[in-house]
Design a protein around this ligand. Structure first.
Ligand code: HEC
Ligand code: HEC
Length: 621
């Protein structure tokens, strides 16, 4: 901020792909832009017209034309928040005065150890399930929070609110308690792991507060020197905070009289016993290693398993051929339950649904009279196979706008075309047999609660009451979920070799009509390049006919509709279709009905050589 709080804000954008910023290409050198960005919103006189006090990355641009390029926010000294689209310039977001303006910023004041002098704010972004921005308001002793909606091009603020607490004393900076470290194409140190708590750094009284996104204080630490420290900390004044990737260490910057700035370290706090236990038992410190261990860890009663559960670990079901694979044994199938009466579909949530749990903590030696199994009110069930999770992390990175485009693809015959599972909140569903969940981390959070009985920020309320269900709410914090996604990032299926993609079978796959639903690939914007995810699915819902119909509605999926099953590494699977009824690929094809009937007819009409070529192709993708 060379010109101080009243001058133009300076922002540096380093685009990962080195692409220039539209509107100011002459100012770009080597992909680095430093200067005042053009103000795109011509109706506004605002733009980056005051010093930028904090920045935060906010996932990808909602504008399909930008192919998912980054957007970040800048909190300005006049109390406004602007949005910077690296593809297309600056727009307003929150008006001046949204947080208390921070006047009079000079280098001397920035280095001051006077508790009353404030020269910065902190800003964080939560991406799932709701996009929420948090900005500390040091001079207002509160935290500004607002949600982001978008108009298809730019973000707009909604649901503006302030989090207040007597524990806030000049909150100058914020840091995630669990950083988003697993989402491969947008996260930064200002991104909260889904639903994560955050730390608030209080300059006024040198303390750190751990707070939930609803503003509840979880824990408070006063910062003081360790007794053996030779550092004279008298007069120290905290100024900035950050958290390590593994969520175990907090770093703080501070000023002190007559010395240069200092950096302090303390252990993270407030994660609760379940997360702490899991991470203490994990072998490694990398999120990928921690995630692999969390995935296979058998949760004990001391780790809040139950009271009802199906398995004690994720790998209890997702284990074939290895951790993160599909389920093979009978106990890896899950039964969804419902009561369907007079066309009303009731998933019996809170009355033993939406899924049956086969075990209770009684079997682990705890007292609990809660019944297990299918609840007596249920008059419908749907058996679901535990699909492989290889590739799920890549599916997470596909842009929603590309899935929407596939639903309108004119090259797909209208009678075969699928539709998006729009969830009640308007988001695009893509995970599960009916594409009933929007993001991987939410599916994992629900799996932890539904299958293992451990509540977490993505599924904070237990489905049952009593027997010690969720005494602590939630039982686990965001860090294990983020680590799980990091682990799933490591088990992407290998891409098929070129000879496979160019084989006769690939042509038969297309000419028989399979590719109309089993769309060969989606592009995925990665952090440094655009990847191709060869999943062989459009991720859309198709009516598969009465033979496969299970009568279960999920989101906008009807009883006969299913998401096109991805086919990558399909040859590794031990059974097929949503309830595992097919034991061979050919059986699976022959059981397709409804919108896929034409393809089955085409399959039946193939010559033996064509059929062999198709099956060879399915073996190599
Ligand atoms: C009792 C067996 C069982 C356990 C335990 C289990 N799952 Fe699953 N998993 C399933 C079934 C069944 C489905 C399909 C559910 C549906 O769509 O109806 C599934 C689907 C998924 C999916 C969706 C994948 C996709 O690409 O659509 C994810 C992700 C997932 N599970 C993660 C986990 C994680 C993480 C854990 C541990 C916290 C876990 N699961 C524990 C049975 C299980
Ligand atoms: C109209 C869309 C559509 C067409 C056309 C179609 N499929 Fe499918 N396919 C699906 C859906 C939806 C599922 C999941 C159904 C379920 O689980 O009940 C599926 C499942 C499968 C599975 C099982 C995967 C698993 O792991 O469970 C295989 C194999 C398969 N399809 C192959 C093919 C082949 C080969 C063709 C062409 C002959 C084809 N499909 C044509 C929509 C389609």
């Amino acid at each position: 901020m060379p010109a101080g709080s009243g001058g133009d804000g300076t922002i540096t954008v380093i685009d990962p792909n080195g692409a220039p910023l539209r509107g100011a290409p002459s100012l770009v050198a080597g992909g680095v832009f430093a200067g005042t960005l053009t103000n795109r919103n011509l109706g506004s006189q605002h733009g980056l017209s005051a010093g930028a006090l904090a920045t935060a990355l906010v996932t990808k641009s909602p504008d399909p034309g930008t192919n998912g390029r980054a957007v970040f926010l800048a909190a300005l000294a006049d109390g406004s928040v602007a949005q910077v689209h690296v593809q297309s310039g600056v727009d307003d977001l929150a008006p001046p005065g949204s947080f208390t303006p921070v006047p009079d910023i000079t280098p001397a004041r920035a280095e001051s150890d006077d508790p009353a002098v404030v020269t910065r704010v902190g800003m964080l972004f939560n991406w799932v399930p709701t996009r929420t921005v948090f900005v500390s308001d040091p001079l207002g002793d509160r935290i500004l929070a607002f949600d982001l909606a978008d108009d298809g091009h730019v973000f707009v603020e909604t649901h503006v609110r302030y989090l207040g607490s007597p524990a806030l004393h000049e909150p100058v900076d914020l840091a995630p308690a669990a950083r988003e470290v697993a989402a491969r194409n947008f996260a930064s140190n200002t991104t909260l792991g889904g639903g994560s708590d955050f730390y608030v750094l209080n300059r006024g009284n040198n303390s750190v507060v751990r707070m939930t996104q609803d503003g509840d204080v979880v824990a408070v630490r006063q910062v003081a020197a360790a007794p053996q420290s030779d550092l004279a900390l008298s007069g120290i004044r905290l100024n900035g905070i950050a958290v390590s990737e593994d969520a175990k260490t907090i770093w703080m910057t501070a000023t002190a009289p007559d010395r240069q700035g200092v950096v302090l370290r303390m252990p993270a706090f407030g994660a609760g016993p379940v997360t702490t236990d899991l991470f203490n038992q994990a072998r490694g410190n990398l999120p990928t290693e921690q995630g692999e261990d969390v995935f296979s860890h058998e949760m004990a009663t001391t780790e809040a398993v139950g009271p009802l559960f199906n398995e004690q670990s994720c790998s209890g079901c997702h284990n074939t051929p290895g951790a993160g694979g599909m389920g093979s044994d009978a106990q890896t199938f899950v039964t969804r339950v419902a009561r369907i009466q007079h066309d009303v579909f009731d998933p019996l949530t809170g009355h033993g649904g939406p899924i049956a749990r086969m075990h209770s903590i009684v079997e682990l030696g705890s007292a609990c009279g809660m019944p297990t199994g299918v609840p007596p009110q249920a008059n419908a069930t749907s058996v679901r196979s535990a699909m492989t999770l290889r590739g799920s992390a890549l599916i997470d990175d596909i842009l929603a706008s590309h899935i929407l485009a596939a639903a309108a693809d004119p090259s797909v015959p209208a009678e075969m075309r699928g539709h998006v599972n729009f969830l009640p909140d308007g988001r695009v569903g893509r995970f599960g047999w009916k594409a009933q969940t929007a993001t991987l981390v939410e599916f994992m959070g629900e799996a932890f609660r539904d299958e293992i009985g451990v509540t977490n920020p993505m599924a904070a309320h237990d489905l049952v009451d009593g027997c010690g269900a969720s005494i602590r709410k939630p039982e686990m914090d965001a860090a294990p979920l983020t680590a799980l996604v990091a682990f799933l990032n490591t088990i992407d299926p290998p891409a098929p070799v070129a000879a496979c993609l160019a084989s006769t079978g690939a042509t038969v796959f297309a000419s028989a009509g399979c590719a109309n639903c089993h769309k060969p690939s989606y592009t995925v914007p990665g952090s440094n390049s655009v990847l191709t995810a060869r999943l062989y699915s459009d991720l859309l819902l198709h009516d598969m006919g009465p033979g496969l119909a299970d009568g279960f509605q999920q989101g906008s999926a009807s009883g006969a509709e299913f998401r096109t099953a991805p086919l990558w590494r399909v040859s590794d699977r031990v059974h097929f279709l949503h309830d595992g009824r097919a034991t061979s690929i050919v059986d699976a094809i022959l059981l397709h009905g409804g919108q896929a009937s034409v393809a089955v007819a085409a399959f039946n009409a193939l010559t033996p050589a064509e059929r062999q070529a198709l099956l060879a192709f399915l073996n190599c993708i």
